[in-house]
Design a protein around this ligand. Structure first.
Ligand SMILES: NC(=O)C1=CN([C@@H]2O[C@H](COP(=O)(O)OP(=O)(O)OC[C@H]3O[C@@H](n4cnc5c(N)ncnc54)[C@H](O)[C@@H]3O)[C@@H](O)[C@H]2O)C=CC1
Ligand SMILES: O=C(O)[C@@H]1CCC=N1
Length: 266
């Protein structure tokens, strides 16, 4: 348990999921957490668990040591500038999960010397299975360890250079959508070959989970595991090669680079 007071500014999808994950993992107690939002009705479940839910961002920041900003990119500057006076670099760590807002942007708003962490999680943070890439500035070793531990409670955290943050957004955050499209296509194929949608969904999703766990738990390269499945003259290699003839890997790589170029340009 961290014992630090955490204020989550912007209790939307991600902000709420972070609060729920911190409670479920035991990293924070309800008394440690404050979540802000303009209209509080959708936070009633957190409130009933004992989490403080308020609309006053300034009060939330003043009462916390760790400030997690989960606002939309278009209103972060306005909202944080309104509460600028509440930031204290000697007491606070500012953690932002906002897409496209740089560490320097955040430091400019919160004040020079503010310990700032930029984190890129994905939506699996709602079930504590996020891949979260983090980078930081003005952060002590102790603060870095704290933030890494916090995101490890919500999945897996890795430190990267800030210049890779856009790439992390594509591979990690957009990656959830790419993986789900793969699963959806597998379900469509599964129905064609005889399964009902529900059973196809279960088989496709559990199979992807197993494939991912082979890499994560056994530290293997995908091709090593593929070799074990592809019986000579068998059905796996026949299907795989047809997928490649149809541009399977190529379409994925091209999609990833298009997503990346879109972020880099915006
Ligand atoms: N969806 C994704 O896969 C990922 C999203 N992100 C980033 O996370 C951030 C949040 O995304 P979501 O949670 O999906 O958005 P959201 O729109 O659900 O959450 C933002 C929340 O901020 C609240 N808000 C607006 N003004 C406020 C104010 N003055 N004071 C307090 N709260 C206020 C809104 O009511 C809303 O609930 C975005 O910046 C997004 O770029 C980061 C990683 C992945
Ligand atoms: O699609 C987007 O622009 C955002 C960034 C990461 C996930 N969603």
């Amino acid at each position: 348990m961290s014992n630090k007071k955490i204020a989550i500014i912007g209790g939307g999808n991600l902000g709420k999921a972070i609060a729920q994950g911190l409670l479920k993992s035991g990293f924070s107690t309800p008394a440690d957490l404050t979540v802000t939002k303009r209209h509080l009705a959708s936070l009633s479940d957190l409130q009933s668990l004992g989490v403080q839910t308020i609309s006053d961002n300034e009060a939330a920041i003043r009462g916390a040591e760790v400030i997690v900003v989960a606002l939309k990119p278009y209103n972060v500057k306005e909202v944080l500038t309104q509460v600028k006076a509440a930031f204290d670099p000697s007491r606070h760590i500012l953690i932002s999960v906002i897409t496209g807002v740089t560490i320097d942007d955040l430091e400019q708003i919160a004040g020079a010397g503010m310990p700032v962490v930029r984190a890129m999680p994905n939506t699996a943070i709602a079930i504590q299975e996020s891949m979260t890439c983090i980078c930081h500035k003005n952060v002590s070793q102790q603060q870095e360890a704290y933030v890494t531990e916090m995101f490890n409670q919500l999945g897996v955290a890795v430190s990267i250079d800030e210049k890779l943050m856009e790439a992390a957004t594509v591979l990690g955050a957009c990656g959830i959508a790419y993986a789900l499209r793969f699963i959806r296509a597998s379900i469509q194929g599964g129905i064609e070959i005889g399964f009902d949608a529900r059973t196809a969904n279960l088989i496709a999703a559990q199979t992807v989970k197993g494939a991912a766990q082979l890499l994560i738990k056994e530290n293997r390269h995908p091709e090593e595991e593929i070799d074990k499945v592809t019986t000579p003259k068998g059905c796996t290699i026949a299907g795989l090669n047809e997928m490649e003839h149809q541009g399977f890997s190529s379409s994925l790589i091209k999609g990833i680079t298009v997503s990346y170029n879109k972020i880099a340009k915006d």
